[in-house]
Write a protein that binds this ligand. Structure first.
Ligand SMILES: Cc1ncc(C[n+]2csc(CCOP(=O)(O)OP(=O)(O)O)c2C)c(N)n1
Ligand SMILES: [Mg+2]
Length: 622
């Protein structure tokens, strides 16, 4: 058995169902031979984002695997691996390597050397019989401890060498560890004495699948719960004790309760300082941090107590201690806290209601989000934002009701990440409606991979807020905008989706006069686009989209919304795509259909090439 076939066999034994990749890498062909579905993307980054989502929505129980070629493929993959590292997503990356005699010769890109800082485990296999051990080590690392990418680089010449038979490989165990049992009673006491305890849930809760235990502890402590952006949906956001989740933009209740908390219990979280997380208070508050990785302890916030271990085991241990102390007598604060949360939330929503239900044209992004939320079946939807304003617009208002129904991210925030996440989520959870909401800058990075969604029959729903600009940068690029229109961008992406064979629609105006009733929205995994009801044409459009998304072989669907920008820029850039004054010459794009290259064609190309070489050599001799 060749090394590439051995890798495919190991993936199979590890339960890997999909290999996402980009050629050339012998593992792709070997995996197809082993009946692992191979999915070829348009660029490495999106493939890695897809693998990342597979791992996320499976809580790391199934892991996403990505393979690419040595040199350019590996170089181009860096961003996707770095994003997974930043957000702690456990993926297996299998780059090819240059043949051994060249692998350490500059300028050849050496994955082993270059990916050390964005992986938790990074190896280069230099002989075929080391493949099973290297794969065992990689899978052990990716399934245990802190989730993060692992990488095994296999040089091209090793791929074709034999691995001794029979293949000695059994799937690796997944082990959990629990906090020090002596620390737990002390912390239960600390919680009991707190006047205003607050729980802050991170994505460790998702990986430990500790959702039910988190709810149980919150109800026992009668404590309000917020989460990091990555932890969003760890706690049902329609629960009376939920405050919503933090990001750069937060629901008002999050700030209100953070300000009055005297003890904050972080479960499964790093408490990492980030631009895309809520600012945590520093004064008059004690932090208890429960996390898997000691490297995250006391990093930025001074911690009073620490528990190291799996979030589910931690919560179970705490619940037992808290229960013993309460002796069936809750403190009786839940109703008052729930009322206070509701009061702040209602007040906040009243402030935002005009935007959320605005009939303005061009559309307000908040109106789109509000309609969408009242249209889809929230428990059977997985949604993700992108970098830029769409994250700040979506995260505070989207009320995630079911675990892993929101993929939040932001420790690093690469524009264009959301598309691959929605595609990977759909791959792993075909029963869910998977949506990415992004801006027109974000699509510039990964938009071509909408074609992959169409070709691979991944009927996602992609919603684009088109404001013809990198709007979030307007404030920091005032002069560049004024002088050179440096924040302007342009495009008709619904047409692009159609050109790729998907369904695309551009919606310039809000068509709904009021959000639909809850009853109308409770269909399984389906969406009615936020353009409905009034005219027969709109009704039929809506039915078409529903049908497409519901079909098992549904088409990827794309809804573009033209949005407002602010102030003068808006007027200026509105001219840009059509203005006579545009300094750019008109663009032309020619597409010529050609045949696929048959074997004969390739042969003759080779001949021509050889002829050329011979003739050059011949020429040189003269
Ligand atoms: C790869 C990458 N480069 C740069 C950035 C910085 N950045 C964040 S948001 C943004 C512009 C976002 O524009 P758009 O997606 O159109 O959203 P808008 O704010 O206009 O709604 C930029 C340049 C980034 N997040 N990722
Ligand atoms: Mg934009």
């Amino acid at each position: 058995m060749k090394a590439a076939a051995a890798v495919a066999e190991i993936l199979k034994r590890e339960g890997v169902e999909f290999l996402i990749g980009y050629p050339v890498n012998a593992i792709i062909e070997a995996s197809a031979r082993a009946d692992i579905r191979t999915i070829i993307v348009r660029q490495e980054r999106t493939g890695l984002h897809m693998a990342d989502a597979v791992s996320r929505v499976c809580s790391g129980q199934n892991v996403g695997v990505f393979a690419m070629q040595h040199g350019p493929g590996t170089e181009n993959a860096f961003g996707g691996v770095a994003q997974a590292y930043g957000d702690s997503s456990p993926i297996v990356v299998l780059p090819g390597g240059y043949p051994r005699r060249l692998i350490n010769v500059p300028p050849n890109f050496n994955a082993f050397l270059n990916f050390q800082r964005v992986t938790k485990w990074c190896e280069q296999v230099t002989m075929a019989d080391a493949v099973p051990d290297a794969m065992r080590r990689a899978f052990t690392q990716v399934r245990n401890g802190r989730p993060r990418p692992v990488l095994v680089e296999i040089p091209a010449d090793v791929m074709t060498e034999d691995v001794p038979q029979p293949l000695n490989y059994t799937p690796v165990p997944r082990a959990r560890y629990a906090p020090d049992p002596r620390a737990v009673p002390e912390l239960a006491d600390r919680h009991g004495k707190a006047e205003n305890p607050l729980i802050y849930a991170g994505q460790g809760v998702h990986y430990a699948r500790a959702w039910a235990s988190l709810k149980e502890l919150a109800e026992l402590l009668e404590a309000p719960v917020t989460s990091s952006l990555e932890g969003k949906s760890a706690f049902p956001e329609d629960h009376p004790l939920s405050l919503g989740a933090g990001s750069r933009a937060i629901p008002k209740a999050v700030r209100h309760f953070l300000n009055k908390a005297d003890v904050i219990f972080g479960i499964g979280c790093s408490f990492g300082t980030t631009n895309y997380g809520v600012r945590l208070p520093r004064e008059n508050v004690a932090y208890i941090q429960a996390t898997l990785d000691p490297a995250d302890l006391n990093k930025e916030l001074p911690i009073e107590h620490a528990l190291l271990g799996d979030a589910e085991l931690t919560l179970r241990a705490l619940i037992d201690e808290v229960r013993n102390r309460l002796k069936g007598q809750p403190r009786g604060r839940a109703a008052q806290i729930a009322a206070e949360i509701k009061g702040v939330r209602d007040e906040w929503l009243a402030e935002w209601k005009p935007k959320l239900t605005s009939n303005d044209t061009p559309l307000s992004p908040y109106r789109v989000i509000w309609d969408l939320m009242h249209t889809v079946d929230m428990d059977n939807t997985i949604i993700t934002h992108d970098a830029g304003s769409p994250r700040d617009q979506l995260a505070p208002f989207w009320r995630a009701t079911a675990p892993l129904s929101y993929i939040g991210w932001g420790k690093t925030t690469q524009l264009g990440y959301g598309l691959g996440l929605a595609m990977g989520a759909k791959l792993a959870r075909p029963d869910k409606l998977c949506i990415n909401v992004w801006g027109d800058a974000a699509i510039g990075f990964t938009g071509m991979d909408f074609e992959t969604a169409v070709r691979e029959r991944l009927p996602i729903l992609s919603i684009l807020f088109n404001n013809f600009s990198t709007a979030i940068e307007l404030k920091v690029m005032e002069v560049a905008t004024e002088k050179y229109r440096s924040t302007d961008i342009s495009g008709n992406y619904a047409d692009m989706a159609k050109a790729f064979g998907g369904y695309g629609e551009r919606s310039p105006i809000p068509a709904r006069s009021k959000p639909p009733s809850a009853a109308a929205s409770s269909r399984h995994g389906k969406v009615a686009p936020p353009c409905s009801s009034s005219s027969p044409r709109r009704r039929s459009r809506r039915r078409t989209i529903e049908r497409r998304l519901a079909a098992p072989q549904g088409l990827a669907t794309f809804l573009g919304f033209s949005l407002t920008r602010t102030g003068a820029e808006q007027r200026r850039s509105a001219r840009y795509p059509t203005s006579d004054a545009t300094p750019f010459p008109p663009f032309r794009f020619a597409v010529i259909s050609v045949t696929r290259q048959g074997a004969a064609q390739r042969r003759s190309a080779h001949k021509a090439h050889n002829w050329h070489r011979h003739s050059t050599e011949h020429h040189r001799r003269w």
